[in-house]
Design a protein around this ligand. Structure first.
Ligand SMILES: Nc1nc2c(ncn2[C@@H]2O[C@H](COP(=O)(O)OP(=O)(O)OP(=O)(O)O)[C@@H](O)[C@H]2O)c(=O)[nH]1
Length: 389
């Protein structure tokens, strides 16, 4: 019983138990401070993580938005460097049989990136990793030197990310930082790995997209470009020639008496002759020239930076080469294949501004007329248009 006569409840703590000593009180305050510190560090780190996640999320969207292989490469090789403050970015793409290189070459012509490297098979990528092909963060000078071989060493740490599509290795992405602690082996790699998966998907998608573009610009029989591509290339070339003050020339090429080849030897031998003519012309052209199949047995060639004299020489060389072709006919004898060629040229004149459409019409109409003259003159010859704009 207490002084008030109440019986003390046995479950209530004794007064001495309720009493907290000053030292215990201080220690609780300390503990609380520490907990608050830990909490604010956790919140800090969660915020930083959120910011990093947002940054990577934005980057991934940025990659996913690229419509062509060219724009994707610009984003991966240049923009990524700036957005993540990197010193070096290099991309390696596995391209067996050089199929991707050929495809891009045919669509874009010269599409050269210093930091884009193609290799023929997986083993060349595996050799970069030395051991297992998996995400690697390193500050090993020796590894970094080898990674960016041939370039001055600007990086003190690097992330090496394999690019997978499912279980298929399609390439490798290498990022270098001037900061030695940027890519250290304890850093969480999940953001980087996620980004590399997105880049893998984007690479595959953009290449599939380019395959469609290619189908719509190339003549399937002869592998020459089609009329649509020719007009696009011509418009681009006229703009470039105007800026740089270069001449542009066009050849119109028509196979002589082609109907007879079909009639005498059948359509499939006619097709073979068409392919042989296209290949022969293509082999005589520069990479920057464009051969297109304009219609049935008609081809056009766009010759950037060539004047009438140079174009005439090329036309004559093509004529002679085609005349020597050995395409075997249905009678097992070589066919007689000859072509008639018309040449047109245009040279920018600073005194006389011309509009692009007029230049285009002039080049096409003049070359077309010149082929007609070559046919009239007995075929198997070259005529150079004297018409000026
Ligand atoms: N085998 C084949 N023949 C084609 C193709 N496209 C067009 N041709 C044929 O090309 C022939 C063109 O004949 P014409 O326009 O009369 O000209 P040509 O016989 O070459 O006579 P000239 O041009 O006057 O020397 C036609 O018989 C078309 O059927 C094709 O893809 N394959």
């Amino acid at each position: 019983m207490d002084k008030a006569g109440k019986t003390k409840n046995s479950t209530e703590p004794a007064e001495s138990e309720n009493w907290v000593s000053a030292s215990q009180h201080l220690s609780l305050i300390e503990k609380n401070k520490r907990l608050q510190n830990t909490l604010s560090q956790l919140i800090d780190s969660a915020n930083k993580n959120q910011q990093t996640q947002d940054k990577f999320y934005q980057l991934e969207l940025f990659f996913l938005e690229s419509q062509t292989f060219e724009s994707l490469m610009n984003r991966v090789l240049f923009d990524l460097k700036h957005k993540l403050s990197l010193s070096q970015v290099e991309l390696v793409i596995i391209d067996p049989d050089k199929e991707i290189r050929r495809l891009l070459d045919e669509i874009y012509g010269e599409l050269d990136y210093q930091d884009l490297r193609y290799v023929d098979d997986e083993s060349e990528v595996a050799s970069i990793y030395q051991s297992k092909v998996e995400t690697r963060l390193t500050h090993s000078d020796e590894f970094i030197q080898r990674l960016f071989a041939g370039q001055p060493s600007l990086s003190k740490s690097a992330a090496v990310l394999p690019l997978w599509r499912g279980t298929k290795l399609i390439g490798s992405l290498h990022m270098g930082s001037p900061d030695p602690s940027r890519f250290h082996h304890q850093l969480a790699t999940n953001f980087l790995q996620h980004m590399s998966s997105i880049i893998s998907v984007c690479i595959e998608n953009s290449i599939s997209q380019e395959r469609f573009v290619h189908l719509s610009l190339v003549d399937m029989l002869t592998r020459a470009k089609n009329r649509r591509f020719f007009f696009q290339a011509l418009a681009k070339e006229i703009a470039r020639a105007t800026r740089a003050n270069f001449p542009v020339s066009c050849l119109f090429i028509d196979i002589d008496y082609f109907k007879k080849i079909n009639d005498l030897h059948g359509h499939s031998i006619g097709d073979r002759a068409l392919r042989a003519v296209a290949d022969a012309i293509n082999n005589l052209l520069r990479k920057s020239d464009t051969l297109a199949r304009f219609g049935g047995e008609e081809f056009t060639v766009l010759l950037p930076n060539s004047d009438a004299t140079q174009a005439n020489e090329i036309a004559e060389r093509i004529r002679q080469t085609v005349a020597r072709l050995q395409v075997i006919g249905s009678d097992k004898q070589p066919l007689k294949i000859t072509i008639s060629l018309g040449v047109s040229s245009w040279q920018p004149d600073p005194q006389k501004a011309a509009n692009a459409e007029d230049i285009q019409n002039h080049l096409i109409n003049a070359a077309d007329k010149a082929v007609y003259e070559a046919k009239e003159a007995g075929r198997n010859c070259v005529k150079v248009s004297q018409s000026r704009l």
